[in-house]
Design a binder for this molecule. Structure first.
Ligand code: AP5
Ligand code: MG
Length: 220
């Protein structure tokens, strides 16, 4: 097990890895302050591009709606641009990137990765997680109808907004395609990163707080 410290200042990035609905976004929001690293979610960047109607968004939308991976070149270009921003100077926390071996190879030329945190959740739990998800439209906080409701009915815990949204790809049919893409195209990365000695497996089928504690321990 690697013993380096991943916290800010050492110019190294970390990767949150796992199937759809594993809790990558949930955990990224909780460990951002401790790590000092900004969350870089390719899914969020693509959804922003779709909303803005950019050429990238228009191309990506057909893949996302079908639960398929967006082509590597599109994703790698997005990351190359994002990593140039000031807040990425000390490294970033990737959420949902890389998802293929070519993306991981490209990343090696972009930044150093110190830890890949794999959040494991059985396939049988994924559909319920995805289909109950909603997020705050203002600050992006992630909730779940049953597992993580807002503390006050209809009001975000963090920013008091009463505006929430659900993702277009959060339906039972698309989830099955996303899971298939994960098992065929993304899970081979586990062995690739394990062989580099930077792969840390966390049981994601537990209470959210316990998972956060284990991730922070793995990063020390
Ligand atoms: P993306 O947005 O990355 O989606 P994803 O990988 O499918 O992951 P999710 O965001 O659905 O899940 P999550 O792990 O973040 O879980 P969350 O914390 O929200 O990608 C979307 C699409 O964009 C892809 O399908 C693809 O088309 C494209 N794309 C993106 N990146 C790409 C790339 N690199 N290459 C190619 N294409 C790319 O939690 C889920 C729910 O569970 C929430 O409701 C939450 O409250 C709840 N929850 C969380 N933790 C727990 C817990 N411990 N117990 C109970 N409930 C929990
Ligand atoms: Mg996410």
């Amino acid at each position: 097990m690697k013993t380096g410290v991943a916290y800010a200042g050492n110019m190294e990035s970390i990767v949150l890895f796992g199937p759809p609905g594993a809790g990558k976004g949930t955990q990224a929001q909780r460990i951002m302050d401790s790590t000092g690293l900004p969350q870089v979610s390719t899914g969020d960047m693509l959804r922003a591009a779709v909303s803005a109607g950019t050429s990238t968004g228009i191309e990506a939308k057909k893949f996302m709606d079908a639960g398929k991976l967006v082509p590597d070149e599109v994703i790698i270009d997005l990351i190359k641009d994002r990593i140039k921003e000031d807040d990425a100077a000390n490294g970033v926390m990737f959420d949902g990137f890389p998802r293929t071996i070519p993306q991981a190879e490209a990343l090696e030329n972009i930044t150093t990765v110190s830890h890949v945190i794999a959040i494991e959740v059985p396939d049988g739990k994924i559909v319920e997680r995805i289909c109950g998800r909603f997020t705050c439209a203002k600050c992006g906080a992630v909730y779940h109808d049953s597992f993580k409701p807002t503390s006050l009915d209809g009001k975000c815990d963090f920013c008091d907004s009463e505006d929430f949204k659900r993702r277009a790809d959060d339906n039972a049919d698309t989830v099955m395609s996303r899971l298939k893409a994960y098992h065929t195209q993304t899970s081979p990365l586990a062995e690739w990163y394990d062989s580099k000695g930077i792969f840390f497996v966390i049981d994601g089928d537990r209470e959210i707080d316990k998972i956060t504690d284990d991730i922070l321990s793995a990063l020390k």
